[in-house]
Design a protein around this ligand. Structure first.
Ligand code: FAD
Ligand code: DLZ
Ligand code: SF4
Length: 524
């Protein structure tokens, strides 16, 4: 029998765990471990991810493997095209066990339910010890979230966020009060886009040899997937991600707050950080980013509403949706409280619609594998909500199209935040809005074939009748909601004839929607 002390520990690192600070890697001796990084067919195809998303993940994985090897680690890297690649994490682990005869496997908890289910089978499948470590890149351990959520009738991000501020000490005074006197400065973060918006271009990173090789692979093996690779410029290494963060803090953070909800045709990044892909891959550390933002506030270089807004997105929303996901999975993937059944319209894939707001958001999604938050929420999401699109079709779409999309963050945002399909556990009201909201927050409507001020009939902005159609159809559920109930008085005041015009107008528009063909999101 070989001496177990001489057998290595096998450390599988998943595609979104690319940091040396990972729990399963931290504090390990370089000569006692084999790191296993796997490009596998099942992960690249369980939905038909945007081409940039696959290229980003494979390139970042390859760069990270190189970084580890340069630092003296032993890395077993499985490429997608390796002839014996079994196509799955479990299959590749079995092959790696044959090769390395490890004494133990140490793996960090997966970000996704589907993958975690597979990992939890490993102790029964393999004859060596399997240790699953908590993913402490997140600031709120899942057990803490569970304790916080237990016995609460409603889970509100704002309450969770206050606790996270206290816990991290971010933007807190010495006597435990929020800096500036308020927890949340969102009311200062709703400026409409001005004529003089001049967001500086964010740094992009043209493909190096590794990325170019991956792009060629993606074109060859996933050429039929949604999206374009032409604009690929995502950070694929920690250094690049840090450079992107430097540019955000130096050039855009100060105006991030005021223009957080603004939308401008053809201006895809505005003052957003564009750091979600790097954060989610593990190239950047969330707390570190928040501390940097806080330091800029303290130095007087960024206003409180920008800094608090940025920190809230990260220690508030990002941590909250992750806890929410694990709290409500696997049921969250099935919810459909509003019984929405309409198929996803074809234009979500083609961008071919006269609705200028949607066409621009879908173009950005196709070209960049990105759209910013308010586009995802109040244009793409709002339309899906008020048109009554089937949640699973919408969830698949969001999971496919964004380079930062992993189920732990996509699903709560889609099922619970935009579609209210969880019946209101996450959001206190549906994010439904008419064309007036989009008109106020963007320049989209100026050149649109539809008019936001026309409410029904030919030329009316479709968001207007759809809004009332949605509110009318869900009156039983929504009227008692104190945040929306009051609007039914406006509806009732309209009188039956006007109401009929709204409902007929909405029905006529919905009739025109062409359902997407099968096969865009998942193999048939
Ligand atoms: P910024 O506007 O600069 O915000 C800073 C950071 O805050 C982001 O990088 C992100 O890490 C975090 N953040 C902000 N809002 C959220 C949120 N609602 N949930 C979680 N984190 C948040 N984000 C993803 O990372 N992956 C997704 O798959 C994803 N799907 C979404 C789907 C919908 C329907 C909606 C409404 C939002 C979704 N988001 C998702 C959240 C948000 O839209 C993106 O994180 C953001 O647009 C990324 O761009 P940015 O880095 O420039 O963000
Ligand atoms: C999204 C994705 C893709 C496209 N490919 C891989 C892969 O080949 N190998 C890998 O380790 N991870 C990949 N991922 C990410 C996974 O689908 C999944 O999100 C993470 O493993 C969750 O921790
Ligand atoms: Fe969108 Fe309506 Fe404005 Fe056109 S008029 S851009 S459809 S909100």
């Amino acid at each position: 029998m070989p001496d177990p002390a001489n057998r290595p520990v096998l450390v599988p690192i998943l595609g979104d765990q690319l940091t040396r600070k990972l729990a399963s890697l931290r504090g390990r001796a370089k000569d006692d471990n084999v790191i296993l990084i796997m490009e596998v067919w099942d992960e690249a195809t369980y939905v038909r991810h945007h081409k940039q998303k696959i290229a980003l993940i494979f390139s970042a994985m390859r760069h990270f493997a190189g970084e580890l090897e340069d630092a003296g680690w032993s890395v077993d890297y499985i490429r997608l095209n390796d002839p014996d690649n079994s196509g799955s994490f479990t299959g590749e682990l079995a092959r790696a066990i044959e090769r390395h005869d490890p004494r133990a496997i140490h793996v960090t908890h997966s970000g996704e339910w589907r993958v975690q289910q597979a990992i939890e089978q490993w102790p029964g499948k393999f004859a060596c010890e399997v240790e699953i470590l908590e993913d402490d890149r997140f600031l709120c351990p899942l057990t803490d979230f569970r304790d916080w959520a237990q016995d609460r009738a409603t889970l509100r991000m704002e309450n969770f966020y206050h606790d996270m501020r206290r816990k991290t000490g971010l933007l807190m005074t010495e006597d435990g009060k929020p800096v500036g006197g308020e927890w949340n400065y969102d009311k200062l973060n709703r400026e409409s886009p001005g004529e003089d918006m001049d967001p500086p271009p964010r740094p992009t990173f043209p493909p190096d040899a590794i990325t170019s090789e991956v792009i060629a692979l993606v074109e060859k093996r996933f050429g039929g997937h949604f999206g374009s690779l032409d604009n690929f410029g995502w950070p694929v290494t920690r250094e690049q991600a840090e450079e992107a963060a430097d540019a955000f803090f130096g050039e855009r953070l100060a105006r991030f707050g005021p223009y957080q909800d603004a939308m401008v045709h053809g201006q895809d990044d505005l003052f957003h950080s564009m750091l979600s892909t790097s954060l989610n891959l593990g190239l950047l550390d969330p707390l570190d980013l928040c501390r940097r933002a806080e330091a800029l506030y303290e130095a007087g270089e960024a206003p409180i509403n920008s800094v608090e807004g940025f920190i809230r997105q990260i220690i508030g929303w990002r941590e909250y949706v992750r806890g929410f996901y694990w709290q409500f999975m696997p049921g969250l993937a099935e919810v459909n409280a509003l019984e929405a059944k309409r198929p996803l319209p074809e234009f979500y894939w083609t961008g071919e619609t006269d609705m200028r707001c949607l066409a621009d958001c879908i173009r950005s999604t196709r070209d960049n594998a990105h759209a910013h938050h308010i586009q995802r929420l109040m244009v793409l999401g709002n339309f899906a909500l008020i048109a009554g699109i089937d949640p699973q079709a919408v969830e698949d779409w969001y999971l496919v199209v964004y380079a930062d999309a992993y189920e732990w963050v996509e699903l709560p945002n889609v099922a619970a935040m935009i579609l209210y399909a969880d019946g209101g556990k996450l959001a206190s009201k549906p994010y439904a809005a008419s064309g007036n909201y989009i008109n106020t927050m963007s320049d989209y409507c100026r050149k649109c074939r539809y008019s936001p001020s026309k409410k029904t009939g030919e030329g009316a902005c479709p968001f207007n009748p759809l809004y009332w159609h949605f509110m009318h159809n869900h009156r039983d559920r929504l009227e008692s909601n104190h945040r929306v109930g009051r609007i039914y008085a406006n509806w009732d005041r309209m009188g039956e004839e006007r109401q009929r015009e709204y409902l007929d107008s909405a029905e006529a528009f919905l009739e025109t929607l062409v359902p997407a063909k099968q096969g865009w999101a998942r193999e048939e």
